[in-house]
Design a protein around this ligand. Structure first.
Ligand SMILES: *[C@@H]1O[C@H](CO)[C@@H](O)[C@H](O)[C@H]1NC(C)=O
Ligand SMILES: *[C@@H]1O[C@H](CO)[C@@H](O)[C@H](O)[C@H]1NC(C)=O
Length: 438
């Protein structure tokens, strides 16, 4: 009986679905399918987000980084040219409860469980968070002042070129950066910075910056050096030339640990990375990075984080890779298997934006620096760091010097991780509690 019913039903359908109606039915089916798919997408991710809150993985090529890159429109500009943009940064609200004595450094722990991906790892930056300052300010400030006194133009320079080829954008870009910093800092950190008619005063260190005259407390200085004295970050500005490449033409690199401005000054971006043996640069990064630099617009700033390990406690220059003034420096000179008390976790927060007037692309590079023994006390950190260090490929390991400290470090991290397991730490909650980059 059922069978007969089926046959009759089929016959009826067959009559309806003749050549004329078939396209409409197919169309209706397709619309229904799309609608269903759309509706399920609408509801599913919401609950999924609320329940697991997985953070985007900036080290994964398919995740947030390409997202930021893809949103940028291709550019029609002639290489090496820039038309000033009317963009002005939105006014920043004061940092909530900020104090140079009590606000702790942000606890960036930007490493993931393996596998390791080589990418730029960019995420969008909110304008309010351009520069982060905290209660390490005075120490960084004093370190910078000492480095400026000892090394001056080796660390802080603005290219003036030779008189025949001098590029006026470069000096203008350095001054523009000083103006931008003075405006931003007085909005964001009013308990430290106060705007004046000619620039900005730091009312904690008693330094008065005059922008038209390029002076600090009456003494004239390189504009990048003045910028460096204001914040905890190192700074670099890249300018596009006619060949479409970006050149490092202004910098204040005082606390970089592993690289020297003199080695890289005037170089194009690609050479900076190949001369530094950045792993995977040619294969995985160069094309994307070049495109990214060409396209980055004044209104879209980005952030990225990275991390290194160091086997001495010198923030400014990691002396275990050699003397800062020696010809060749590298991990090969570092003492092998130093005790874990000498292992330091070094992490950078980099921001990247284009200055609207000069068109220079500014990097800010803020270093966070902690003993490994300190961060290994934090829940989830030793296990995750050990997994990350183990997942470095051969080239990344060479670049980060793992052979010199890996055994000691991993033994220590494994032990700390096991202590947390024994203590009953809930590892299923890791993504919730410490979503990247925390
Ligand atoms: C700022 O301090 C006030 C009073 O101490 C406190 O209620 C508030 O939660 C703090 N805000 C932040 C963002 O820390
Ligand atoms: C800044 O000036 C004030 C007032 O003259 C003084 O009390 C303070 O110690 C000075 N600070 C520094 C870092 O010199």
């Amino acid at each position: 009986m059922d069978r007969l019913q089926d046959v009759l039903e089929f016959e009826r359908l067959r009559r309806i679905v003749n050549v004329k109606t078939a396209p409409y039915i197919l169309l209706a089916l397709a619309v229904a399918l799309l609608l269903r798919n759309y509706l399920s997408k609408q509801t599913r991710p919401k609950t999924w987000l609320q329940s697991t809150r997985r953070s985007p993985d900036p080290e994964k090529p398919t995740d947030v980084n390409t997202f930021a890159e893809k949103r940028m429109k291709p550019t029609e500009r002639e290489p090496g040219t820039w038309t000033p943009s009317p963009f002005t940064r939105p006014t920043a609200p004061p940092y909530p409860n900020w104090s140079h004595l009590t606000t702790k450094p942000l606890p960036y722990r930007p490493f993931r469980h393996g596998p390791y991906h080589i990418t730029m790892g960019l995420r969008s930056m909110h304008w309010d968070e351009w520069i982060e300052l905290d209660n390490h300010y005075l120490r960084f400030h004093a370190d910078k002042a000492r480095r400026i006194a000892e090394r001056g133009p080796k660390c802080c320079r603005t290219s003036t070129g030779d008189p025949t080829t001098a590029d006026p954008r470069v000096w203008d870009g350095a001054v523009e950066l000083l103006e931008e910093l003075s405006a931003y800092l007085s909005e964001r950190y009013p308990s430290m910075f106060v705007r004046t008619d000619v620039g900005v005063d730091n009312i904690i260190t008693n330094e008065s910056f005059n922008i038209p005259e390029l002076t600090m407390n009456g003494i004239r200085e390189d504009p990048m050096q003045l910028c460096a004295r204001l914040i905890q970050d190192d700074l670099a500005i890249m300018f596009e030339k006619e060949d479409g490449q970006y050149y490092l033409l202004a910098g204040a690199i005082l606390l970089a640990g592993f690289w020297r401005l003199e080695d890289k000054f005037g170089m194009p971006l690609s050479e900076i990375h190949t001369s530094g043996d950045v792993p995977g640069f040619k294969e995985k990064l160069e094309k994307g990075m070049t495109n990214f630099f060409r396209r980055v617009q004044p209104e879209k700033a980005v952030l990225r984080n990275n991390y290194f390990l160091q086997v001495d406690d010198d923030l400014a220059w990691s002396s275990s890779i050699g003397d800062e003034d020696s010809e060749t420096v590298g991990w090969f000179t570092a003492e092998k298997n130093r005790a874990v008390e000498h292992h330091y976790f070094r992490s950078e927060r980099q921001s990247l934006r284009r200055l609207p007037r000069s068109g220079g692309v500014v990097f800010t590079i803020r270093t966070y620096f902690h003993p490994v023994t300190e961060i290994a006390e934090e829940e989830y950190v030793p296990g995750r760091l050990a997994s990350a260090v183990r997942s470095w490929g051969e080239d990344v390991s060479r670049y980060k010097g793992r052979e010199r400290y890996g055994e000691v470090l991993l033994e220590y991290l494994d032990q700390k991780h096991e202590e947390q397991v024994a203590r009953g730490v809930d590892f299923s909650k890791e993504e919730e509690v410490r979503a990247y980059p925390w």
